[in-house]
Design a protein around this ligand. Structure first.
Ligand SMILES: [Zn+2]
Ligand SMILES: [Zn+2]
Length: 224
């Protein structure tokens, strides 16, 4: 693997921040598959470029310029994924890796043409929001199915695209963005998460349930 670029770092920092609100050096090292000293060195460079502010006890934070760069790369990534699925017939488990490479290379015009061709889509095939050209992004669910305890009707907002194998599994059992599901129970002893999808009972391992992000379906017409 080539050593990760400035864009890769900025994107990894953005994602860690969005998921957990803080960014640890060790976490970046794992995400980018580099050593902790390599991360520290790059963080100094990013600070010089004014893409991050790095204060001893508060960790790493993207500046507005850093955030704009991250959102731009993420916009490329998610538009490319959708283009590969919709225009080129790729399956949703095969596009993330392609997009990881291509995201750094397309021009602004190419990006605009894909966006127009696809009808200005709001999300990638995995349900992740596509940032606007101006560098804003819609909030989305950070609530993993694995956090669910009480039975509830839920809508799948997005699934992690980190594992192709898991994506194929989600596709098979029908756990895809926009699908309404019913959470039934978690089996005893930290067992499987049982959900109903289209009337069928399916079981997800706790690990798989960590990768599915949901919102509750609020039934209308009832006072609260
Ligand atoms: Zn992806
Ligand atoms: Zn995606």
């Amino acid at each position: 693997m080539l050593s990760p670029s400035v864009e890769d770092y900025v994107k990894a920092i953005y994602k860690a921040h969005a998921a957990r609100g803080n960014v640890a050096t060790q976490e970046l090292a794992e995400a980018l598959q580099v050593s902790a000293p390599a991360v520290s060195k790059m963080l100094r460079r990013l600070a010089e470029l004014r893409l991050i502010s790095h204060t001893p006890y508060q960790g790493v934070k993207l500046t507005r310029a850093g955030e704009k760069m991250a959102l731009e790369v993420i916009r490329h990534h998610r538009l490319i994924e959708l283009y590969l699925v919709q225009a080129m017939g790729y399956s949703w488990d095969a596009v993330h890796e392609e997009a990881e490479r291509l995201e750094h290379h397309i021009s602004e015009e190419f990006e605009e043409r894909i966006d127009t061709l696809l009808g200005h889509p709001a999300t990638c095939p995995h349900g992740d929001p596509i940032p606007t050209r101006g560098g804003t992004i819609e909030p989305t669910s950070n609530r993993a199915l694995a956090q669910q305890q009480e039975p509830a009707r839920l809508v799948v907002r997005r699934v992690s695209d980190a594992s192709a194998e898991l994506l194929r599994h989600f596709h098979e059992i029908g756990v895809t963005p926009g699908t309404a599901i019913e959470f039934v129970e978690q089996e005893p002893f930290e067992g499987a998460f049982v959900v109903k999808v289209g009337g069928k009972r399916v079981r997800l391992t706790p690990h798989a349930a960590e990768q599915v992000f949901v919102d509750p379906i609020v039934s209308r017409g009832r006072g609260s």
